[in-house]
Design a protein around this ligand. Structure first.
Ligand code: NAD
Ligand code: DAU
Length: 346
């Protein structure tokens, strides 16, 4: 164990999908560590994602916006934070197309505020980024960490801007930072606006699966557990100032992903509907993860297993997603899909 085991982490966005998986994983592996979750509890942030852990004295929740500099600063001072891990973000590409400004507020300005507090208080900051910053990747290429950033959606552009601020702060002020760029994560507690939980829950309910365009877009569907171990590897053994890709390094088409979901849940392919494509839809993401492997990390799940495990989780945890799907989610779903599904084909 390294010195991190006894440290105090501020995990922003810790009530979201990946953040909550990370908090659970981290506390299980680092018993001497404390975690302060700092979360605005947007529609995607759910206290119940950590329901089993709130009674643990090593865990605390502060409800707040990462853009609130005074609250971030006072929390870090009061809790003796020595490491900020920034998961907090607006994260859904389709939402960024419907309402982009909040993506700049949180993903760009919010990250900037965290950097300012980290600079002021001398705290290490680890920033969670995404393969989407590389943009659409032509066949045969795999993104490496030094590739140029070429984001193509408001979400991806806001994440790329944040990455560049983090790197600029390291160069200008010498603050200790690291960045991980994750592939498409799947697994427990992912909000059902995202494709794998949306398709899994729709299939369970016998509702149509809205596949954008021809469904031949390629993604690296990686299990969230492997993202958490990848982040841990960088926190413990990564080089300060560096960027690391985190994924399986293997892609599949969305239609292949849909087949795995339907097969796992024993549902018919007749549920698939091809609907109007996402504007600017990136055709392919693909990352080279050798730099992370060189730290001794390797993924536990291949993409097929990751998608199947995720689908099974939604099958076994209806009490988690049914209340979500019956709430404000419905309004979003109708705005996003009603017209598309009306004009869809099998
Ligand atoms: P999520 O949408 O499930 O959760 C985001 C969390 O951030 C929520 O708890 C939300 O309440 C919180 N939040 C949002 N705005 C905030 C603000 N202004 N202040 C404080 N908290 C705020 O997201 P996720 O899928 O878990 O993604 C987490 C991080 O990982 C993001 O930075 C995302 O860009 C990145 N990422 C996600 C994926 C993926 O496949 N989901 C892949 C690679 C990288
Ligand atoms: O690649 C990492 C990114 O993965 C993260 O940075 C984002 O936060 C996360 O949301 C995810 O972005 P995507 O846009 O790739 O994920 P999403 O689950 O929305 O879509 C996965 C693929 O499925 C994508 O090609 C679009 C397609 N899709 C999605 C939805 C919601 C459909 O065909 N139909 C749908 O209804």
């Amino acid at each position: 164990m390294t010195s991190f085991s006894s440290q105090v982490l501020l995990v922003t966005g810790g009530c979201g999908f990946i953040g909550s998986n990370f908090v659970r994983y981290w506390l299980s592996q680092h018993p001497q560590s404390r975690v302060v979750v700092y979360d605005k509890l947007t529609y995607a942030g759910r206290k119940e994602n950590l329901a089993d852990l709130w009674s643990d004295p090593r865990l605390k929740l502060v409800v707040g916006d990462i853009g609130d500099q005074a609250l971030v600063r006072s929390t870090c001072q009061a809790e003796g934070i020595d490491l900020i891990v920034n998961f907090a973000a607006e994260t859904h590409v389709d939402q960024s197309i419907l309402g982009p400004l909040v993506f700049t507020d949180t993903n760009v300005r919010g990250t900037h505020v965290l950097l300012e507090v980290a600079r002021e208080l001398g705290i290490r900051l680890h920033h969670i980024s995404t393969d989407e910053v590389y943009g659409h990747i032509p066949d045969l290429h795999q993104s490496v960490e030094t590739d140029e950033l070429a984001p193509r959606s408001p979400y991806a552009a806001s994440k790329a801007a944040a990455d560049q601020l983090v790197q600029a702060y390291a160069i200008t002020y010498g603050i200790p930072v690291t960045i991980t760029r994750g592939a498409n994560n799947v697994g427990p507690y992912q909000y059902p606006e995202k494709a794998v939980p949306l398709f899994s829950t729709n299939a369970i309910l016998g509702e149509p699966l809205p596949v954008y365009g021809d469904g031949q877009q390629m993604r690296d569907y990686a299990h969230v557990y492997d993202h958490c171990t990848g982040i841990e590897a960088v926190l413990l053994r990564g080089k300060i100032g560096e960027v690391y890709n985190v994924g399986t390094g293997r892609e599949m088409t969305n239609l292949e992903m849909v087949d795995i979901v339907l097969e796992t849940l024993g549902k018919s392919h007749d549920l698939v509907r091809h609907v109007t494509d996402r504007p600017g839809h990136d055709r392919r993401y693909s990352m080279n993860v050798d730099k992370l492997r060189a730290l001794g990390w390797q993924p536990k799940y291949d993409p097929r297993q990751a998608v199947a495990e995720a689908a099974k989780w939604y099958e076994g945890n209806r009490e988690w997603w049914e209340p979500i799907r019956s709430g404000q989610f419905r309004e979003y779903y109708n705005a996003q899909y009603a017209e598309r599904l009306a004009g869809s084909k099998q």
